[in-house]
Design a protein around this ligand. Structure first.
Ligand code: SF4
Length: 64
């Protein structure tokens, strides 16, 4: 199977990406998702998805 990604598409170039370090970031396309009850603090139980800057999805929107 071949990679169907259009050229130059990556999370790090997406409007919804917020970098957290040189290679990772969070996706803000949708509201935070429930991440479990391990933390006693409510605000830590909801997280934006962590994604690689080199990843991509069908919701990609080029950052202006
Ligand atoms: S390409 Fe998709 S997963 Fe990546 S930041 Fe954009 S919306 Fe999120």
């Amino acid at each position: 199977m071949t990679d169907q990604r259009p050229e130059n598409i990556a999370c790090r170039q997406c409007h919804y990406f917020m970098a957290t370090d040189h290679s990772l970031g969070t996706c803000h396309r949708y509201p935070p998702a429930f991440a479990g009850e391990q933390s006693p603090r409510e605000e830590h139980r909801w997280r934006f998805p962590l994604v690689s800057g080199l990843s991509w999805c069908g919701e990609f929107a080029l950052r202006e």
